[in-house]
Design a protein around this ligand. Structure first.
Ligand code: GTP
Length: 336
C-alpha cells in the first residue's frame, strides 16, 4: 500500500524557524517531524510518497543520507498546491487505495485500524477524528451512528460549532478521490473537497489517547510534552550537574551545567546551557543559553544564543538569532 505524507506547506506559523528549514525537518524530541510520521505508518505500507514543495531540496538532502526500510518517492509541486492540489498532483503515481498523513501530527491513531474501517465501510474516504474542547481552529466533523460524515466545516466561528470532533490529519482514500479535485491550481482538501464528496461516502473514526498537531508554538510545545510524557525512563537518566525536573530529553552531546532544566524541556545536540533556567521549552542543535538567562514556553533555533540574564518567554527564536544581554522578549518571533 502507498502512503502520502503531506509535507509541502510553508509552515508560516512556526516562523522564523521555518525560514531556514521546512516544517517536516523541525525536530520533535530531537527527531525531525517527518520521521515521527514515518514511524506511525503500518507494516502494510511499502512505498511512501512525500508531497513537498517549500524547501524540497533540504528534505531530499536529508533523505539522501539515510537508509529507509520503505521505498521513498519525492513528488514536488513547483508552487504549493494545497492539501487537495497536492493529492491531485499525484495522479499517475498513486494506485488504488492509499493512506495520507499531515506531516506535523503526533497521535495515537492506529492507522491499520483506519484502513480496516475504511475497507469495511466502503466509502471514498475515511478520516481519523479527535475530540477537542475548543474546535474553532480546526475542521469539525459531524458523524451519524454508522460513522458516516454528515457535515464538515473548516475553522468554524464560535456560533457555528456543531461538533467537537475534529479532522486529525490522517486519512485513507480511494484513488477515485483524485478525479474530484480540480487540476493545476491550489485546492484545499478540507475546504473544497470534503464538503462535495460527502455524498460518495466519507466516514470518520474517532480515537482516544493523544493527538497534537505541531503547527503553532503552543501546539509544538504540546506535542513535545506528549512525547516527553511517553518516553521511557532510560532517556531521562542522563546525569548532568544541574537541577533536573523531569521529564526532559537532553541530547548526550549537549553541555548543561548549573541552573535548572525542566519540566518539559528538550535540548538538542551540541547545545550549551550554563547556569540558566529552562522550562517547557525546546532548544534545537547548537543553541547556547548563558548564565542567568531564563527560557520559558519557547522554541530556540539551531545555533541561536540567549545571552546572559536575558528572559525569553513564549517566543520562537530563529536559527542563528540572538537575544542580547539582559533583554526581555515575550511572545515574539526573534529573527537573526
Ligand atoms: P502554516 O503556514 O503555518 O499554516 O503551515 P502549513 O503550510 O504547514 O499548513 P497546515 O499546517 O495547514 O498544513 C497541514 C498539512 O498539510 C501539513 O502537513 C503541511 O505540510 C501540508 N500542506 C499544506 N499545504 C500544502 C501544500 O501546498 N502542498 C503539500 N504537499 N502539502 C501541504
Amino acid at each position: 500500500m502507498q502512503a502520502v505524507i503531506l509535507a509541502g506547506g510553508l509552515g508560516t506559523r512556526l516562523r522564523p524557524i521555518t525560514y531556514s528549514r521546512p516544517k517536516a525537518l523541525v525536530p520533535l524530541l530531537n527527531r525531525p517531524m517527518i520521521l515521527h510520521a514515518l514511524d506511525a505508518l503500518p507494516a502494510v505500507v511499502d512505498e511512501v510518497i512525500i508531497a513537498a514543495s517549500y524547501m524540497v531540496d533540504a528534505l531530499e538532502r536529508f533523505f539522501s543520507g539515510r537508509r529507509e526500510s520503505r521505498r521513498i518517492t519525492f513528488v514536488e509541486e513547483e508552487e504549493p498546491l494545497g492539501t487537495g492540489g497536492a493529492l491531485r498532483n499525484l495522479e499517475g503515481t498513486l494506485r488504488g487505495r492509499f493512506l495520507a498523513l499531515n506531516v506535523d501530527v503526533i497521535s495515537s491513531v492506529e492507522l491499520e485500524g483506519l484502513v480496516a474501517t475504511h475497507k469495511a465501510k466502503g466509502g471514498i474516504g475515511t478520516l481519523a477524528l479527535w475530540e477537542v474542547a475548543q474546535p474553532e481552529a480546526y475542521g469539525i466533523v459531524d458523524i451519524d451512528e454508522d460513522g458516516r460524515v454528515q457535515r464538515f466545516l473548516e475553522k468554524p466561528a464560535a456560533d457555528e460549532v456543531f461538533s467537537h470532533w475534529i479532522n486529525a490529519g490522517a486519512y485513507v482514500f480511494e484513488e477515485a478521490l483524485l478525479d474530484r479535485i480540480p487540476e493545476g491550481r491550489p485546492v484545499s482538501l478540507e475546504r473544497e473537497i470534503f464538503p462535495v464528496v460527502l455524498s460518495e461516502g466519507v466516514y470518520g473514526l474517532p480515537f482516544q489517547g493523544y493527538w497534537s498537531d505541531a503547527g503553532t508554538l503552543g501546539q509544538y510545545l504540546d506535542a513535545t510534552r506528549i512525547l516527553l510524557d511517553r518516553q521511557t525512563g532510560s532517556e531521562e537518566a542522563a546525569e548532568i550537574p544541574s537541577e533536573v525536573i523531569p521529564p526532559v530529553a537532553i541530547d548526550p552531546s549537549a553541555h548543561v551545567t548549573g541552573g535548572s532544566v525542566g519540566p518539559y524541556v528538550a535540548i538538542g545536540a551540541d547545545s550549551r546551557v550554563t547556569e540558566a533556567h529552562l522550562s517547557r521549552s525546546v532548544l534545537l542543535e547548537r543553541a547556547v543559553v548563558e548564565e542567568g538567562a531564563a527560557v520559558v514556553d519557547s522554541l530556540i533555533g539551531a545555533g541561536a544564543t540567549i545571552e546572559r540574564d536575558a528572559l525569553v518567554r513564549e517566543c520562537i527564536v530563529g536559527d542563528g538569532a540572538s537575544v542580547g544581554i539582559g533583554s526581555q522578549r515575550v511572545a515574539e518571533q526573534v529573527e537573526s
